[in-house]
Design a binder for this molecule. Sequence first.
Ligand code: PEP
Length: 255
Amino acid sequence: MRRPLVMGNWKMNGRRREAQALIAAVAAEAATFPGVDVAVCPPYVYLGVAADGLSRCPAIAWGAQDVSAYGDGAYTGEISAGMARDMGCEFAIIGHSERRTLFGESDGVVAQKFARALAAGVTPVLCVGETAAERDGGHTREVVLRQIGAVFASCGTGAFDRAVIAYEPVWAIGTGRAASPDEAQAVHREIRNAVAQRNPTAAVGLRILYGGSVKAQNARELFARDDIDGGLIGGASLVAADFVGICRAACPDLA
Ligand code: PEP
């Protein structure tokens, strides 16, 4: 039985005061989503706010939205995976579609970042997903398996022994148009099968999150599917009540 995971990706939003308030508000409700692993991913500069606000709330972890493909050194502006770990990050989002499209991250760079996170003891959350054009062209499976294959090629068969995958169709991110539970489940199953071909043990325990316009209203139906083990939440993670509602929807007892 895989424990559900709900992760908030705040992206580049808010200021310290809002970060403090949001963390306090979610932490205050932690008892209302038992059995669910929850993590928030604020911008780097507010990781200390998360560490302070959540130090007495073991139910909620925090993570980084990205890590450098490089180790420590002369890389101005970069943040290493080791630094993220030092700030208490349990997770790092790797290869989000905004990184891939707006910042030109190739599958190879994403795989390097994934490897850096693993080496630093940070659990990578590998984002994969197709664009609308790729879906319309019937290429969803091919795209997603290529993105996962790049990580296997770089990190080896054990790549997903301690990792999470987030299936995030690009057309669903921030659009209000979530994949249907059937659409998402079908891709999640493909992902699990692909991992199983390389590493059957890892595939059984692998948590595959769905991301893309998840709201409290559609979360329960999505999370009820066999291969959907929780969610990566963007916009709705910025409003405490909405995020808490999604965390509650992942509670095994309430599903
Ligand atoms: C995301 O950015 O990872 C995401 C899923 O965004 P949203 O929930 O706003 O669609």
